[in-house]
Write a protein that binds this ligand. Structure first.
Ligand SMILES: [Fe+2]
Length: 294
């Protein structure tokens, strides 16, 4: 580990659950100051109507304003395929720098082709303020954060380790849910396995925060676990499952999964750092639907 884990640093974590997409967004506050970061925010969309709204994001704004927090960072753990990011909307109202993994350029290249984006769509990550590399660091108030590149679900997935809390994106799910799919363009089950092993080298008491939960078998929605709990109980990788076995299992399972309901609008918006596509001459913005591509 290139950075020293500081378990004595204990950020205050507030979760915001979006029932439409089963996404959990977080406000992570430095206990010693008013500084915070917002991780994986959600912009609402009524896809049938082509209408966006800000109900979820406004809850975060209300929370931040009531507590008089200073937003220093808006973090995307990856380019989500199941919900639109509200980062630009939050940035306009609350400030903060927008960051994602540097491999977003690979995601932009891949999906730039799928959506036949014109040359005006930059594939260099320049829509973001900061591109994180493996072992990178930054601060939230007095807290030091370090990033771990944890690809596999997507090439750009990063885990952000903030004191005794790690925000794992979709690299892991709760122990009874296992792991996220690895079959999107650019995904790789073997690489996902390696990333999960890397994550599980963090201290056993490290708090892990998920980006999604679907409440399997009727249980309540949960989003927090620990490294020790994942090692002991994760249904996909716990109990010392081999890489080969995981790849076989993950590949077979992914072949049975339908595409996420919102993948088409989500990817087009999220590869633009949450900005909607540029309007045409009439001033209207459009989402494209590529036929027989996904
Ligand atoms: Fe995801």
């Amino acid at each position: 580990m290139s950075h020293i884990v500081d378990l004595a640093c204990q950020p205050e974590v507030t979760a915001f659950f979006d029932g439409e997409t089963n996404t959990i967004s977080y406000v992570v506050k430095d206990p010693a100051s008013s500084a915070c970061a917002v991780i994986d925010s959600v912009l609402d969309i009524d896809y049938a109507a082509g209408r966006t709204s800000t109900l979820q994001a406004d809850k975060i704004i209300a929370f931040v304003e009531k507590a008089r927090l200073q937003v220093e960072w808006l973090i995307e753990t990856h380019a989500h395929a199941d919900h639109l990011s509200a980062a630009p909307y939050l940035q306009e109202r609350l400030g903060g720098k927008l960051g994602i993994g540097e491999q977003i350029t690979v995601v932009q290249e891949t999906f730039g082709k799928i959506f036949n984006e014109g040359t005006e769509f930059q594939r260099d990550g320049s829509q973001f303020d900061r591109l994180f590399t493996d072992g990178d660091s930054y601060t939230i108030g007095g807290m030091s954060v370090f990033t771990m590149h944890t690809p596999g679900h997507t090439p750009a997935c990063m885990t952000h380790v903030i004191g005794n809390a790690a925000f794992v994106g979709d690299t892991l799910f709760m122990p009874d849910s296992g792991s996220a799919r690895a079959d999107f363009p650019g995904g790789d089950a073997g690489i996902l396995f390696d990333s999960i092993q890397k994550l599980l080298t963090l201290p056993p008491q490290m708090r892990l925060f998920m980006c999604h939960d679907y409440g399997p078998n009727g249980r309540e929605i949960q989003w927090e676990t620990t490294v020790a709990d994942e090692l002991a109980h994760n249904i996909h990788v716990g109990g010392g499952r081999s890489r080969e076995d995981f790849i076989r299992f993950r590949t077979e399972r992914d072949a049975t999964l339908a595409m996420p309901r919102l993948i088409i609008p989500s990817i087009q918006v999220n590869i633009r750092a949450g900005d909607l596509p540029e309007p045409d001459d009439s001033g209207t913005r459009f989402i494209k639907v590529p036929l027989n591509k996904l």
